[in-house]
Design a binder for this molecule. Sequence first.
Ligand code: SF4
Ligand code: SF4
Length: 55
Amino acid sequence: MTIRVLENTCVGCGECVPVCPTEALSVWTLASCEESLCTDCLECVPYCPVDALAE
Ligand code: SF4
Ligand code: SF4
């Protein structure tokens, strides 16, 4: 499992990007998670202000 970005919820604020220890998250218009880098540590989840990160 890796983190999923709920595309209808994400507002592209970028808050999650620096939280990820493996730099799996990036934001262009919306956040995206590079599955090969995500270790499913879930550290990013509580940092999203709109709860757009889900397992
Ligand atoms: S679950 Fe962990 S490794 Fe995966 S995107 Fe979130 S912070 Fe990064
Ligand atoms: S913190 Fe949440 S709303 Fe902001 S870019 Fe990341 S996933 Fe999207």
